[in-house]
Write a protein that binds this ligand. Structure first.
Ligand code: TYD
Length: 206
């Protein structure tokens, strides 16, 4: 049987990495066969593309180039890592996916949903996630929690105004796609982890 594809989304500092780590611990304890991966990156070629995208020195990169590089890293990662794992019946947990492009490049950069959907048509049509976990915390709060942005990271260097647009972009996606479920991050990290585990059970992912 084909495996399930679960993606995680949220603003910088929303705690995705922590929550994915806690989920992996729970999945291991429960004996679930899973693969954990991330975007941009997750495979050798895609990690090379990631370095170009996030390099703080690439100040001249235009928005379209940025969006196309994310899409290029995505399709490589889908074919090399995600598709074989799903075909092998594994649960695939991916840190960010096409909704990041819709929120960051589509909404915040202003390239629009149609352009992002076009360049990511294979991802959207052939590999829609079974469930997308959106960690719901506004950027103002998230940045406060992580004590500001990473100066060497081209995306984190964008100001708070940019990240507010990203957040608004996510909220619009939440209204549009029933596969996206918001998890409120108002408790401890362990309480949030419990909510996520319960959500996966509720959606019959595990
Ligand atoms: P990363 O260090 O993995 O950030 P995070 O821990 O917040 O996930 O860097 C990924 C960055 O790339 C992050 O700023 C979000 C951005 N991004 C996009 O703008 N578009 C995309 O399609 C993806 C996958 C990520």
């Amino acid at each position: 049987m084909r495996g399930a594809f679960v993606t995680f989304e949220g603003c910088e500092g929303s705690g995705k990495s922590t929550q994915i780590r806690l989920l992996c611990q729970k999945l291991t304890e429960a004996g679930v066969d899973f693969v954990v991966t991330r975007e941009p990156g997750g495979s050798d070629v895609a990690e090379q593309i990631r370095r170009i995208i996030l390099d703080g020195k690439n100040v001249n990169m235009c928005d379209e180039c940025e969006a196309l590089l994310y899409a290029a890293a995505r399709i490589q990662h889908l074919k090399e890592i995600v598709e074989p794992a799903l075909a092998g019946g594994k649960l695939v947990i991916c840190d960010r996916y096409v909704d990041s492009s819709l929120a960051y490049q589509g909404a915040a950069r202003g390239l629009g949903e149609d352009y992002i959907s076009d360049i990511n048509s294979v991802a959207l049509e052939k590999y829609p996630p079974d469930l997308t976990v959106f960690l719901n915390i506004p950027p103002d709060k998230a940045f406060e929690r992580k004590h500001g942005a990473d100066k060497g990271d081209r995306m984190e260097q964008q100001g708070l105004g940019f990240h507010r647009k990203v957040y608004a972009g996510y909220l619009a996606l939440l209204d549009k796609y029933p596969r996206i479920c918001a998890v409120e991050c108002d408790g401890t990290k362990y309480e949030t982890a419990e909510k996520i585990f319960a959500l996966l059970k509720d959606k019959k992912i595990i």
